[in-house]
Design a protein around this ligand. Structure first.
Ligand code: SF4
Ligand code: SF4
Length: 120
């Protein structure tokens, strides 16, 4: 396997600034409705990578065993999720992955919930 060095490590040099641009600023999903329907913020149990911006600003916690993946607790959910309200406790600084995500076509979310969310 080729040695990974700062010079040849190029995968992570094109992440968007999460505070700029409009295409991912808000999810196109009515999460209040999803939570009401019982989604249980399932998306906040997915394991995903952070960007250099997330890591450097020091708000989003990462998994020290697998840097720089999102930190999760023993229940399998993101450490930043309020378990009672299913709200993100770092909403203004949440990672790009959370801003971009939509559950509407994700089969990991129950179909009845996705169908209801697609209704206007
Ligand atoms: S994106 Fe979907 S699964 Fe995640 S909190 Fe919103 S409604 Fe629930
Ligand atoms: S940072 Fe917030 S929105 Fe993203 S997975 Fe964690 S609790 Fe959910």
């Amino acid at each position: 396997m080729a040695e990974v060095t700062r010079e040849n490590w190029t995968i992570h040099d094109d992440f968007p600034d999460k505070y700029k641009g409009t295409h991912f600023q808000e999810k196109k999903v009515d999460c209040s409705k999803g939570i009401e329907l019982g989604c249980g913020a399932k998306c906040c149990s997915f394991y995903f990578g952070l960007t250099p911006q997330d890591v450097e600003e020091g708000i989003v916690k990462y998994d020290a065993n697998f840097p720089f993946m999102i930190k999760q607790e023993e229940d399998g959910y993101c450490t930043h999720l309020n378990r009672e309200t299913f709200q993100c406790t770092i909403r203004d600084a949440r990672p790009v992955a959370c801003r971009q995500y939509s559950c509407l076509n994700d089969e990991r979310i129950p179909e009845r919930i996705r169908d209801a969310l697609k209704e206007k």
